[in-house]
Ligand binder design. Structure first.
Ligand SMILES: Cc1cc2nc3c(=O)[nH]c(=O)nc-3n(C[C@H](O)[C@H](O)[C@H](O)COP(=O)(O)O)c2cc1C
Length: 230
């Protein structure tokens, strides 16, 4: 982590309506920037171009924030977050930045960031989020800050599953787990529980498989209609 020093408490508030733009190569070396970016950073364009983007890094931003930025960009996705940057004179400015990969011939050939003035509420939430991340009370994933269990990631993973697994897992939760608790309290044998489990989960699994087959058939039919083959 680059630790740019010194830092002061002198804040530069971005003028309303200004967009700070910078472009980098694949390694995060600044290749282009606009006047607004130059003005806010306090460095001259000549000092900025050809330098790694971390030259404006503020030490208050947790390392995890930038690890997440890079992980998201490398997946080909865009990343929007509130970031505190350091100025050449040690002061700072807050931005709401949207950073995205740039493509050429279907491949990522660089990155670009557009930044605007964040609202005071966004700044205070980001200040709190930085603190929580540093204390281990929050995490960041794809620019999303969360604490505790990442329910959204679990939900997304669940909905990516094929229907036979979705239905089986749903039934396991709503039928098998309550049944096992009941059976255990009621002194049922393990064999009985396994048998009831298999009989209970087999139908949703088979139904899910049939649904998958049906979905694939419908998709293939639609594709051939769209291709004018029927
Ligand atoms: C297009 C683009 C824009 C970036 N903008 C910033 C920025 O405004 N401020 C910043 O500190 N890092 C920015 N970064 C991330 C830096 O490359 C770097 O990961 C970060 O400053 C942390 O550096 P460090 O891990 O060496 O401390 C940007 C990266 C890219 C690809």
């Amino acid at each position: 982590m680059r630790n740019n020093q010194p830092v002061t408490n002198e804040e530069y508030i971005l003028p309303e309506g200004l967009t700070l733009v910078s472009k980098t190569d694949l390694n995060g070396t600044i290749t282009e920037c606009n006047d607004a970016f130059e003005l806010a950073s306090g460095f001259s364009r000549a000092q900025l171009i050809g330098q790694p983007h971390n030259m404006i890094r503020h030490p208050d931003v947790p390392e995890a924030v930038f690890s997440d930025l890079w992980a998201t960009l490398k997946m080909g996705a865009t990343w929007t977050q509130i970031v505190k940057n350091r100025r050449a004179n040690g002061g700072f400015y807050w931005v709401k930045g949207n950073t995205t990969p740039i493509y050429s011939g279907g491949k990522i050939c660089g990155y670009m960031s557009l930044r605007e003035k964040p609202t005071p509420q966004e700044v205070s939430e980001a200040t709190q989020a930085y603190q929580d991340i540093n204390n281990g009370n929050a995490k960041i994933k794809n620019a999303r800050i969360y604490s505790g269990i990442d329910w959204l990631a679990i939900k997304n993973a669940y909905f990516k599953l094929n229907p036979q697994y979705q239905l089986t897992i749903m039934l396991a939760f709503f039928y098998l787990i309550p049944y096992i608790i009941y059976a255990k309290l009621d002194g049922h044998s393990l064999l009985e529980m396994i048998a009831v489990g298999i009989f209970g989960l087999l139908p949703p699994y088979i139904y899910g498989l049939l649904k998958l087959k049906d979905d694939r058939f419908k998709r293939a039919t639609l594709r051939s209609i769209a291709g004018g083959e029927t």
